[in-house]
Ligand binder design. Structure first.
Ligand code: GCU
Length: 836
């Protein structure tokens, strides 16, 4: 695949790009021609079978070097001892062709050796997959302008480095924000699997070795003969990249699909069903990686229905897979609905309660897959204590590249710093060093298996995730799965160089934006361990703090007018802190030693409780929400400073998203602050909350064809009220005389963009049009949409550098469409440097 063949005469200009090649662009590097002479003159790929990863490595090297240096190397498959060449293959094959393997250390499965000295390059894998990984590593160096001599071996931290797609057979993706599935449509596998192959290429380049292609909320019709054949085609598309196929199973399939009267895991007919299905799949996909199982969780069937244990459920599949070498990833995400009136009830306790006693009862080819925190992919959670409670069971960590609770790829949130809070956490099992990354590798407890899985929501969008910048999370996931000890910032910078440019300004700017992004998002969503405070009952996107409480999901904040937080102590609360080993338990049990950023996770306190920082809880909320939203504003000018240094297509796309995030961070800030101000009655010391001198509320403007609309929940509108058109097919007008001193302002308009209609608005200053926009975010952003005026649909558009004279007439004409009544919340007239 050679997409970048533009000549060196053009070098320096930036070509438009759509993101499809992600970090594998092989763009020409500055002064590429100077290196040409010192490059190898040919490629020897020690396997001539086109479907082998070693063959792929040969063509990838050829295309990559041509893209980066404009030099086309020939490929041969014969002799590994040729000089001035790149030799790629397995260590064994290399030795067979007469190559010397002296000095190459013993490699683990998927590991590789890379040696590069001038024109002589050895890329030797323990297996073919490892050889391909080595080729990608070498190309990554070249693409970053690094032609230094190297000689080293590298091995994976753990054997399981999987991604989980939550794709449904109808082509939709659960928590997908980058378009429909690249694998499925209309109940079956798509005909054209080009994107599946492209995806495998991206994943192989960061050493991910398997993809579970369908949703954990699985559909048993995946097991039809036609679909198994389709799975075979997916596996064929993956195979040249050393990526293996995995599938999610519906535990009730023997009944739903097989027509049996039961799915009891100990019933012989059920065992026979799964054995047959498994054998049938392996006939089509002889190298299938294994199964992923969500059992007795959120309405899914499971063994508990028949009073069988979860381990009996897991072992059912393990036994069917064992003869084929497959493994079962059995999810620990099991919990019951709870009653908040019970002070001791706690969903965070569930995983340990369900799994601890099963330790040692799972077959050796079962890996228990554990979400990083005890609840559900929140902006901050303590490490799941289950990692410290399974000493005789293989475990994997489950991360979420899909930003389900973290801005849904419409907010920039670089996730590795969050992941590292868990991977690097020392659980102190038996008072000894017990880093999560050493538990999942199998090393700490001497387990044969283990690793990582990430929920990924790539779709048919050419950007894969719907957002160019979000791709750093997918890249870094693979890098950390291989070596979780790596530094998130240096991984990020490799990604920036490969994805955008070697220019220092580009690297520094995207680094700053990305590294500040998770702290900013935490600041303007939920702080101090209270969780994300998004709407857990609807879209999981915008703010809705009230949705956490008064339902059975157990993501409670227990906020009332005086107090907030979950008491998870042993002494007075749910006892969750007691699930940790003693040293960790002590830290969290005591309020004095609980870190501020998890205070409300572990303790129920007054809003006036002092933090270690000296701040009160409530003032911290206010301050953090202001500073987080302020930081999100800076991402816009930071990105704008890269104009001309990034191709126009990606520049504009990212600018649109950063502008959206800047506006939505203010929606978050105000919603959360107003909610807790209203609940606690404690004013903001800095008098910002509820005080907006630069705003003109839409309901206070002169309206015709518009009427006030009380928004529910109240905190999702400035001054609790928006306006909507009085009819669904006639334009409304809102007018006001601006009383600000004459000068240059940024003019923001906050409106609501619902799914189910595309209103348009036109804004005038003294009858001169300033601009026009459409309510079409559902087409342009990709986040879970909303049919209401709420924190998900609330959006800001900003007109920059507008000359305003005192007394100017501002008019907005809104034309409703479908169910969207051209809703407006307020106009904000911002002097330079003011954020509101
Ligand atoms: C979350 C998510 C669901 C998903 C579930 C899971 O609750 O919102 O969409 O099915 O996790 O991990 O199984």
């Amino acid at each position: 695949m050679v997409r970048y063949l533009f000549s060196f005469a053009l070098f320096g200009l930036v070509a438009a790009e759509n993101g499809l090649n992600a970090w594998l662009r092989y763009a020409p590097i500055p002064n590429a021609q100077n290196y040409s002479a010192s490059l190898p003159s040919s490629i020897v790929s020690l396997n001539s079978t086109e479907t082998s990863p070693v063959y792929t490595a040969g063509t990838e090297l050829q295309n990559g070097i041509q893209g980066i240096f404009g030099k086309r190397l020939s490929i041969s498959h014969a002799n590994g001892t040729t000089s001035s060449s790149i030799v790629v293959g397995t260590v064994d094959e290399y030795a067979k062709t007469g190559g010397s393997v002296q000095g190459i250390p013993e490699l683990d499965e998927d590991g590789f050796w890379l040696s590069s000295k001038g024109g002589n390059v050895q890329i030797l894998g323990e297996n073919e997959r490892g050889a391909l990984y080595g080729a990608f590593e070498y190309l990554s160096m070249l693409a970053q302008g690094n032609l230094s001599s190297v000689a080293y071996a590298t091995n994976p931290n753990a054997p399981v480095r999987w991604v989980n797609q939550w794709d449904n057979l109808d082509g939709s993706i659960e928590r997908g924000y980058g378009g429909p599935s690249i694998f499925f449509e209309n109940g079956t596998i798509v005909n054209d699997l080009t994107r599946a192959g492209d995806y495998a290429r991206l994943l192989a380049s960061v050493r991910v070795n398997a993809v579970v292609v369908n949703n954990v909320n699985a559909n048993s019709t995946l097991l039809s003969t036609r679909n198994i054949q389709g799975l075979g085609r997916i596996a064929d598309a993956f195979r040249p990249y050393g990526v293996r196929l995995g599938i999610s199973l519906d535990f009730a399939s023997p009944m739903d699909f097989g027509g049996l009267p039961t799915y009891d895991p100990l019933d012989p007919s059920v065992i026979a069903f799964w054995t047959n299905v498994t054998n049938q799949i392996y006939e089509t996909v002889p190298d299938m990686a294994g199964y992923l199982v969500k059992a007795n969780s959120e309405g899914q069937a499971g063994p508990l229905t028949y009073n069988r244990t979860l381990s009996q459920g897991g072992n059912l599949f393990a036994k069917a897979l064992q003869p084929h070498g497959g493994i079962v990833m059995f999810r620990a995400f099991v919990y019951n609905m709870l009653n908040e009136s019970d002070w001791k009830a706690d969903r965070a306790n569930a995983a340990v309660q369900f799994f601890k006693d099963l330790d040692g009862q799972f077959d050796d080819n079962v890996v228990v897959q554990i979400k990083y925190g005890p609840i559900d992919f929140q902006v901050r959670e303590p490490t799941s204590p289950l990692f410290a409670n399974l000493l005789n069971t293989s475990t994997a960590i489950e991360l979420e590249v899909a930003q389900e609770y973290l801005g849904q790829q419409c907010h920039l949130v670089y996730l590795p710093p969050l992941w590292k809070t868990v991977l690097d956490f020392d659980l102190r099992v038996n008072n000894q060093s017990s880093l999560v990354r050493n538990i999942i590798s199998g090393k700490r407890f001497n387990r044969p298996l283990g690793g990582s899985a990430a929920v990924v929501n790539v779709g048919t969008n050419t950007t894969w995730l719907g957002s160019h910048l979000a791709m750093s999370n997918l890249y870094a996931y693979g890098r950390l799965a291989w070596d979780p000890a790596q530094d998130p910032q240096s991984i990020l910078q490799d990604w920036i160089r490969l994805t955008f440019s070697l220019d220092n300004e580009v690297i520094d700017t995207i680094t700053q934006m990305s590294m500040e992004s998770w702290p900013a998002y935490e600041s303007y969503s939920g702080n101090l361990g209270i969780q994300t405070l998004t709407d857990i009952l609807y879209t999981h996107f915008g703010p809705n703090p009230a949705s956490q409480d008064n339902n059975g999901y157990g993501q409670w904040t227990r906020a009332d007018h005086l107090t907030i937080g979950m008491d998870r102590t042993v002494s007075n609360g749910t006892g969750f802190s007691g699930q940790y080993p003693p040293e960790i338990y002590e830290m969290y049990e005591n309020i004095e030693t609980t870190p501020d950023n998890l205070l409300l996770w572990f303790h129920h306190v007054n809003y006036t409780q002092r933090l270690q920082s000296g701040q009160t809880v409530i003032q911290h909320f206010y301050d953090a929400h202001y500073s987080g939203a302020d930081t999100a504003q800076t991402f816009v000018p930071l990105w704008e400073s890269l104009e001309g240094k990034v191709d126009t297509e990606r520049y504009n796309d990212v600018l649109f998203r950063q502008t959206y995030q800047a506006g939505h961070s203010i929606v978050w800030r105000d919603a959360i602050n107003n909610y807790y101000y209203n609940l606690s009655g404690i004013p903001d010391e800095a008098n910002r909350v509820g005080n907006h001198p630069y705003r003109v509320e839409a309901e206070s403007m002169t309206l015709s064809g518009y009427e006030p609309y009380p928004v529910n929940p109240f905190e999702m509108a400035s001054n609790f009220t928006a306006i909507i058109t009085t009819s669904n097919n006639t334009a409304g007008t809102a007018m006001t005389t601006l009383q600000y001193p004459s000068g240059t302002y940024d003019l923001g308009v906050n409106y609501y963009d619902l799914i189910g209609g595309k209103s348009n608005w036109e804004i005038y200053l003294n009858n001169r049009t300033l601009g026009r926009w459409y309510g079409n975010n559902e087409d342009t952003l990709g986040h879970a949409p909303s049919t209401y005026l709420d924190g998900h649909s609330a959006t800001r558009i900003t007109f920059r550098d507008v000359q305003i004279q005192k007394g100017d007439m501002l008019k907005i004409v809104g034309m409703p469409n479908g169910i969207e009544p051209a809703p407006l919340d307020y106009v904000v007239v911002l002097p330079k440097g003011i954020v509101d």
